[in-house]
Ligand binder design. Structure first.
Ligand SMILES: Nc1ncnc2c1ncn2[C@@H]1O[C@H](COP(=O)(O)OP(=O)(O)OP(=O)(O)O)[C@@H](O)[C@H]1O
Ligand SMILES: [Mg+2]
Length: 447
């Protein structure tokens, strides 16, 4: 039998002609070298040169489409003209709703007011930006970037459809007990984060608390916030926090304070979440504000607040007479029993006795009392955006209509009206003015 013909394996798939071959492994390489020498000696044409082709494949970048209404926008952040896009108008500038023309993400543009700044960029804005850049939490509003455009400077934030003032003043939308608990919990989760990071907010109030259309709450407006020293008592200004939300120790001149000032303000907000009304709506002055507090919580005593007499303005603002505590009469029926107990603890006169935000989150109101907290997903169905700005405009509009209606009525019943009677429309308007004009927030330049 003839011996079997040995078939070349794939590894040494060479041809004597040297036209083409595939080599794998060292043995193959040696054989190929021999083959190449042989072929060079013969008169066969040299093997063709192998040419490597470099193929660069570019991933096609998605070409962003711009909506026809955004094409003419001068800025990458399109906003409606005039006052149509304004969602907030505060002490330090306006806040606009805008949309990124490429990503179509909604944003809030907070314009930094530069008028009257002699020393260049305002130090308060630098502090706010620096602080916000160091924060990252679901319950703290995210600063996306800072933009300079047409000689104006803006902070660009994620946009949230509502703030607590807007929501609580909504003409028809009502929150359930479970919703209220979820909002309150997020408020204290945000505060707990800030205080653990060594940040005092110093302007907690309903208008500075944003709520998304899915019921997510975020603390905003860090214009008065600052890092505080956890280990050492340092002097800060006491002229912080919108006066209705200002704690009694600040009103009496305390300058060495800590997170307990935010707890007092948050307790005021929690009452507002429950009742839709501010608990201590003063007239804007310190004396009147203390009176408002005393009228609900009673006048403080040395036993409940040992440090009171050391405060700078204690003698000056000493109450003329004792007032009993009427907090239970006024609020026991308006909130659940655990919530009442928690509020009582947060409204302690002695700042050292107030619970921390961490303690608050551990309270039975959040941990055991029914109903359990439930996110306000129902907000998704709410028409329009509700901020303090829109609700103020709505209130003004309603007052105007009410005034007109009353005037017409008066014309009809001319002569029969009693002189000097105070009309409800005046009272409502008075309240609006009071609220608008008495936002005694003071810029804290030194700290
Ligand atoms: N990211 C945001 N998304 C939606 N609305 C916002 C946002 N940031 C702020 N606003 C709205 O603008 C209002 C004013 O903003 P902010 O409180 O930050 O500014 P401010 O000028 O410091 O106001 P003030 O001094 O009156 O407290 C808020 O009350 C809120 O209604
Ligand atoms: Mg504000």
């Amino acid at each position: 039998m003839p011996p079997p013909i040995a078939k070349p394996s794939d590894a040494d798939n060479t041809t004597k002609s040297g036209v083409s071959f595939t080599i794998k492994g060292a043995a193959g390489k040696a054989e190929a070298a021999v083959a190449a020498t042989k072929s060079s000696k013969s008169s066969d044409p040299p093997p063709p040169r192998m040419v490597k082709e470099l193929v660069i494949r570019r991933r096609m970048k998605h070409r962003p489409e711009v909506l026809p209404e955004h094409v003419m926008s001068e800025s990458v952040y399109y906003r409606k003209t005039g006052n149509e896009s304004v969602v907030g108008s505060g002490t330090y500038g306006k806040v606009y709703k805008a949309i990124h023309v490429y990503t179509r993400n909604e944003v809030a543009l907070k314009k930094i007011r530069m008028e009257g700044e002699k020393d260049g960029f305002p130090v308060t804005a630098i502090r706010e930006i620096k602080l916000l850049q160091s924060l990252n939490h679901v319950n703290v509003v995210a600063l996306q970037e800072v933009m300079v455009e047409s000689n104006d400077c803006y902070m660009i934030f994620e946009y949230l459809q509502h703030d607590l003032t807007g929501l609580l003043n909504h003409p028809t939308f009502a929150l359930s007990s479970a919703h209220k608990k979820h909002l309150a919990r997020q408020l204290f989760e945000g505060l707990d984060y800030l205080h653990r990071r060594g940040v005092l907010h110093r302007d907690i109030k309903a208008a500075n608390i944003l709520v998304s259309k899915t019921g997510q709450l975020k603390l905003a407006d860090f214009g008065l916030a600052r890092f505080y020293n956890k280990n050492r008592k340092v002097d800060y200004t006491n002229r912080v926090i919108t006066i209705w939300y200002r704690s009694p120790e600040l009103l009496l001149g305390e300058t060495q304070y800590g997170p307990s000032v935010d707890i007092w303000s948050a307790a005021c907000v929690m009452v507002e979440i429950f009742t839709r009304h501010a608990i201590f709506p003063g007239d804007g002055g310190e004396i009147n504000q203390l009176d408002k507090i005393y009228n609900v919580l009673g006048t403080p005593s040395r036993s409940t607040w040992p440090g009171m007499t050391d405060l700078q303005w204690y003698e000056l603002l000493r109450p003329a007479f004792k007032v009993p505590n009427s907090f239970a009469d006024k609020y026991r029926d308006k909130v659940t029993s655990a919530a009442f107990e928690l509020l009582e603890a947060m409204f302690a006169y002695d700042p050292d006795s107030r619970p921390t935000a961490g303690d608050v989150l551990e309270h039975p109101y959040f941990t055991t009392e029914e109903p359990a907290a439930k996110q306000v997903f129902e907000l998704e169905g709410l028409e329009g955006d509700w901020h303090e700005f829109e609700s103020k405009a709505l209130r003004k509009e309603r007052d105007r209509e009410e005034r007109k209606r009353r005037e017409k009525e008066k014309e009809k019943t001319q002569g029969s009206e009693t002189i000097g009677e105070k009309r409800p429309a005046d009272m409502v308007a008075g309240k609006v003015d009071e609220r608008g004009s008495k936002r005694a927030k003071t810029a804290d330049m030194q700290g």
